[in-house]
Structure formats: structure tokens, C-alpha cells
Ligand binder design. Sequence first.
Ligand code: ADP
Length: 251
Amino acid sequence: MMNKLNTQALKIAGLNFSYPNNPSVLRDISMEVSPGERVGIIGPNGAGKSTLFLVVCGILKPDSGQVLVFSRPVIQGRFNPDVALVFQRSDDQLFCPSVREDVAFGPENMGLDSKEVEARVEEALSIVNALELSSRPVHHLSEGEKRIVSIAGALAMNPKVIIYDEPSASLDIRSRRRLISILQKSEKTILIASHDLELILEVCTRVVIINSGKIIAQGIPAEVMGDEELMLANGQEKPHSLVPHVLEHKH
Ligand code: ADP
């Protein structure tokens, strides 16, 4: 019998990946994520974060290595409702005419009946506070609204693992704050790639630095991101909130 206590939400073992014209984009990536962990992935542009996500959710096939979600192997090209990816560019994700249809796409593909699909769509849109967008055409939405709808589309599948690629990009302050609170309250296993280091600090239980397709460091976000030398060496800045304030802010 499988020992539930030892079941990892995500197990990534020895992943290597090359694009046809771009070798070694991921180099021997291994990591384990426990159920309910929220892991931030940081690193410079081109480090391989998005590629890692595309492999983890089965869109790209690794040259070698394996991904297990709750002990089940992810198979490239096979629809897997246990893992949802919120794409970096919403236009890669949204393709139905209306918001409602787009959010319904995942649950419909899971074979749920129309009542259940309807309930999932309502619930997902209300979690992200976007019920009023439901009958709008997707192509009329702002970038930030598209992102919110993409997140609802992922939530509607009720996946075990949700992967967010730059979720706060193009969100206004209120929507970003709302996103942070949704992520903080989530009991799901989450991976988040972001240049928004303050978001990672507020939301994540662990952070992993990736550079040139390799894991460079990982640990508690405030400790890893508080290491200025490590951050600078990997194209990052120490987040402002971790810099000691020598001078009091003026009132
Ligand atoms: P990040 O998300 O960390 O910015 P990416 O995973 O997007 O990094 O990119 C990793 C590397 O792979 C970069 O050098 C990028 O130029 C390259 N790359 C991304 N997509 C493709 C592609 N479709 N074909 C070839 N190279 C790609």
C-alpha cells in the first residue's frame, strides 16, 4: 500500500531539456514539493523557469528525467487535470469567445456534467472577484483582466497543483493584492515563477533560484533572498523589504 505520509505532491527527478536549436535549457533539475507547499522560482530572464513549467505540466517532453504528481507520472501531451498552468502570456491560454466559455473549458474536458461545470465556473470567477466579466468577450479584456480570467480557468479544474508563471505581471495594485491574498489562503500545492520578489516573500514557503537551467540555491524565502551576494550573482536584487531601514521614513 502507498504510504500517504510520504507522498510528494510533486517529484521532479533529473530533468534535462533542450529546444531543437537551443541545447541544455534545463540541466539536471531535481526537486520535491510537499502537499500544500508554495514554492517560488526566481532567476534571470532566460534561466529556464517557463520551460521547466511547460515540462512539469506535460506540454514539453524532457530529454531525460521524470515528473510525478502525487506519484503519477506526467505524460507529455496527455490532458492531466491534476496540474494546471497559468501561462505567462494570457493570450496563450485564452481562446474561447467569452470568459464563461473559457473558464468552462477545463471542467468540460474533465467530462463533468453541465450543472457541475456551471458551478465550477461560478465558483472560480467569484474567488478571483470577476463574476461581472463572465459574459464579456475575451478579446475585449485588459491584460490584467485576462490574467484574472486565466487564473479562474485554472481554479475551475480544481487541480492538485497549480503553476503560476509571472502571475502579477500587468495586474494593478488592487488586483495584485487580491492575488496575493488568494495565494496565501490557498491550500493547494503551488509553484510560482515571478520577478515580483515581494510577492514571493509574502506568499511562498520556499524559494528556489534557477540560473542557466540549474538549481543554484533554495530555502526559506527571507533567508535566500536576504543573501545579497547570492542574489546579485544570479541577476536579482535583495527585496526592498529585507533591506534594514537605517533612516526612519519621513512622516
Ligand atoms: P525564463 O522563463 O526563465 O525567462 P525560458 O524558459 O523562457 O526562461 O527560456 C529558457 C531559454 O530557452 C532561453 O534561452 C530562451 O531563449 C530559450 N527558449 C525559450 N523558448 C524557446 C523555444 N521555443 N525555442 C528555442 N529556445 C527557446
